[in-house]
Structures are given as structure tokens and as C-alpha cells.
Design a protein around this ligand. Structure first.
Ligand code: SF4
Length: 425
């Protein structure tokens, strides 16, 4: 049995959960190259590149698998375009997003020779929380879907309307993870800021989790849309247990382009949000997503994005080249930015992003920060509160998942190096 996932952190979490649930049912989970009798490809469709990568994985799995093997396709691409994937050949089963968390049950039936039809629906929060993931920081799914219709985005077509997980379930999962040695969880969703369960919004959920879970557990937030910040959220993110790491998608620094994208905020509002965050958590790692080459984006619009990126001094940026996605409003617009202009703009922003990342890390050279340790072949990566990944050589074995003070000794453009303070001083 093998599980391969593409795309965002939420999809990765779901794939890991499937592997864990399969192991719990007695299946042996191996790599695709290790002759599995079944491969589950958990696809992504956020960009045309996501589609291409998913198709390549499916075709590769079909090529290398035994003839009697079973190829299962699921995830966002399988939800929006099941027939396109069925046509690739070799695909035995296409499983919808709704039934994804039930894949271990379906496979158990299939291999027992009973039915492999989609059975009982387990829904978006039916994924088992792995307590033995190779990661040192646990991803916890708290929300799925999105009610918005940003012009370029196909995700709502794949994931449906926004749904939120019962806050008590989330608290229980966090406590269990803490009991298993985890010291950090990443609260994850498609549109985390739209969390709403009974009377709780995201700020209420965080207040509740801070009260109901162990004080030694740190909480990190995945991305939050800018207009989801309100006074109560600003207030709760000052808590020291919430990591000073905020991913706030900008997409464009031009109001004209933001309007064409149907993004519900303007540049001035966005600036106010990041200024306020910085005032509250000065040390914070500010990250963002940007799209280049959206229909109608002129060089002048792009330069506004560059200016805002420079001014915001992001610690990291994620740049996407626009590609039209079927079923979205922007797919009906003229895709009028040439491929070479998209490539050029993307390269210019990526270079700026690398330089800003270096400057951000350099500011902390010589300082000591609390970091969760992820094991590597010869040592650890320490992930600091403000999301600097520090390469640590050596260190005693068995420190994975621990949260320890790490001194940042040396920052170069390639990497950041440091050591665990407790063991060396
Ligand atoms: Fe897509 Fe916009 Fe929803 Fe984000 S907020 S998932 S970009 S529709």
C-alpha cells in the first residue's frame, strides 16, 4: 500500500492520516517504488501545475504497479474532473472528497473480496489524527471548504462550502497530541479565518483552546485571509502560546487587480492589518501568497506589488504564475499576460523573496529562540517560534518533538545554522 499526496498542507495532512489509518488496519504502507499492491494518489488542482503533477504521479503509478494492483485516485482534482482522470488508464477507483476519509474502510472491503463501492460517508473531519507521524509538529484539521469565489480559485469547487470542526473535538485532539509528546500543533483549514462552530469564530476557538489545552503546547496558524482579522483576533494572537507567524495572502499590491480578482479588501486595509500585527508581535514571521500575470495585470500593477512586498518586508513569499482554471470567473477573462512576462515577474518576485528571507533571518543571528526539533540524518532542524528553520548538527538522539532553546549562530543566504543551548552551555 502506498499513499502519495500533492498540494497544500491540508491535503498532505489528509494523505498522512490515510497512511496512518491503513497501518492501523494492518496494511503495510511503503513507497510507490516498493512494489505496492495498491497506490492512493491524493491529487491537487489549485493550478495547472498541480494538475500536471497529479497526472504524472497517476501515470507513473499505473506504469510501475503490478497488473492486479489497485490504483485509487482522490483529492481535489479527482473531485472536479473525475472523468479526465479515469481516462488516463489504470485507474481502478475514483473517490470523492466526501468519501476520502473512508478510503481505508473501502480498501479493507476491496481486499476482503466484498464491495469496494463507496460506503458510509465519514465526512471532512473523519480523518484519524496520526500520533506517530514522522513530523515533529502535528497538523490538525479544523476547517474545510470556502464560501468565497475569488476569481482565480477552483478550490471551492473541489472542497465545497465552509464547514468547521467541533471545538471540543479539536481540544481533545490537541490534548492527545500533547500526551504523545508533541509540543506544537498547526491549526489547518482551507479558509481558517472563516471558522465558525456554534457561536465560536476563530478568535473564540483560539481562546477556548488556550484555556482547555496544556500550557506546554504551542499553536501555529495556517494562512488567514486579511479581511478575517477583527479586534478579537488581534487580541488573542498576542498570547505567547500562539506562534508569531502569520501567513496573510495578499495576491496583488494593485487595487485594480484585487478588484478584478474579487478579493474583498484593498491595499490600504491590508497595510493596516500587517502594521497592527507587527505592532503586536514585532518578532513575527510574516508570509504571503502572490499571483503574477492575472488577466489585465500591467507592469505598473506588478510594480505596485513589488513595492508593497518590499515595504512589508515579508519573511517569506509564495509566488504563483496565474493559469486559468475551468469553472472560475477569471477563466472567462482574456489570459492576456504573455508566458514570458509571467516568468519574468515570477522570477523577480522570487529573487526579492529570497533576499527578504535572508534579511529576516539575519536579524535574529546571535539570539536564542524556542524551537521544536525535527530529526534529520545528522542532527535536527529546529523550527523557531517565528518560523526560522535552524540547521543543528549533532545533538543527543531522541530529542524529536522537544521544544528547546536554540541559538542562531550563523545566517547565510543558503541556510541558518545554530545549536541547542541546553546541551552546549
Ligand atoms: Fe480560494 Fe479565495 Fe477561498 Fe482562498 S478565500 S480558498 S483563494 S476562494
Amino acid at each position: 500500500m502506498a499513499v502519495v499526496s500533492h498540494g497544500c498542507k491540508l491535503n498532505q495532512f489528509e494523505g498522512e492520516s490515510l497512511a496512518y489509518a491503513l497501518e492501523r488496519r494492518g496494511f503495510r504502507v511503503v513507497g510507490v517504488e516498493d512494489d505496492p499492491d495498491c497506490v492512493v494518489v491524493n491529487t491537487c488542482t489549485v493550478t495547472s501545475r498541480g494538475d500536471r503533477k497529479s497526472r504524472n504521479t497517476i501515470m507513473r503509478a499505473a506504469r510501475i504497479m503490478r497488473e492486479e494492483g489497485l490504483l485509487v485516485v482522490t483529492g481535489c482534482y479527482a473531485q472536479t474532473d473525475p472523468d479526465e482522470l479515469r481516462k488516463l488508464g489504470g485507474v481502478g477507483l475514483v473517490v470523492s472528497q466526501r468519501d476520502k476519509s473512508n478510503i481505508p474502510g473501502l480498501l479493507e472491503k476491496h481486499f476482503a473480496g466484498t464491495s469496494s463501492e463507496n460506503g458510509s460517508e465519514t465526512g471532512p473531519f473523519g480523518f484519524l489524527q496520526s500520533l506517530h507521524s514522522p513530523r515533529s509538529r502535528a497538523f490538525v484539521k479544523v476547517q474545510d471548504g470556502c464560501d468565497r469565489r475569488c476569481g482565480y480559485c477552483k478550490v471551492p469547487l473541489a472542497r465545497g462550502r465552509s464547514v468547521s470542526r467541533d471545538s471540543r473535538d479539536i481540544a481533545r485532539a490537541l490534548q492527545e497530541l500533547h500526551g504523545s509528546g508533541y509540543r506544537e500543533v498547526v491549526l489547518t483549514g482551507i479558509n481558517l479565518g472563516s471558522y465558525r462552530y456554534e457561536s465560536l469564530r476563530l478568535s473564540g476557538l483560539l481562546t477556548y483552546l488556550l484555556r482547555e489545552t496544556a500550557s506546554g503546547l504551542r499553536l501555529r496558524l495556517s494562512s488567514i485571509e486579511p479581511d478575517c482579522f477583527d479586534d478579537s483576533l488581534f487580541e488573542v494572537v498576542t498570547d505567547r502560546r500562539i506562534m508569531p507567524h502569520f501567513h496573510i495572502p495578499l495576491q496583488s499590491g494593485s487595487d485594480r487587480v484585487l478588484r478584478r480578482m474579487s478579493r474583498p479588501y484593498g491595499v490600504a486595509q491590508y497595510r493596516r492589518i500587517i502594521d497592527r500585527i507587527r505592532a503586536l508581535r514585532e518578532e513575527c514571521h510574516l508570509a504571503t501568497d502572490l499571483i503574477v500575470g492575472f488577466p489585465g495585470e500591467e507592469e505598473d500593477d506588478f510594480l505596485k506589488t513589488v513595492d508593497l512586498v518590499r515595504e512589508a518586508s515579508y519573511a517569506s513569499i509564495h509566488v504563483f504564475r496565474y493559469s486559468p482554471r475551468d469553472g472560475t470567473a477569471a477563466a472567462l477573462m482574456d489570459d492576456d499576460v504573455s508566458p514570458s512576462a509571467k516568468t519574468d515577474r515570477s522570477a523577480r518576485l522570487a529573487a526579492l523573496g529570497r533576499s527578504l528571507h535572508y534579511q529576516f533571518c539575519k536579524k535574529f543571528e546571535g539570539s536564542v529562540r524556542e524551537a521544536v526539533l525535527e530529526p534529520r540524518e545528522r542532527g535536527y532542524i529546529g523550527v523557531t517560534d517565528n518560523y526560522i528553520r535552524v540547521h543543528i548538527s549533532g545533538g543527543s538522539p531522541g530529542l524529536a518533538r522537544n521544544c528547546l532553546p536554540v541559538r542562531i549562530d550563523r545566517v547565510t543566504e543558503e541556510r541558518t545554522e545554530g545549536r541547542i543551548v541546553e546541551l552546549s552551555s
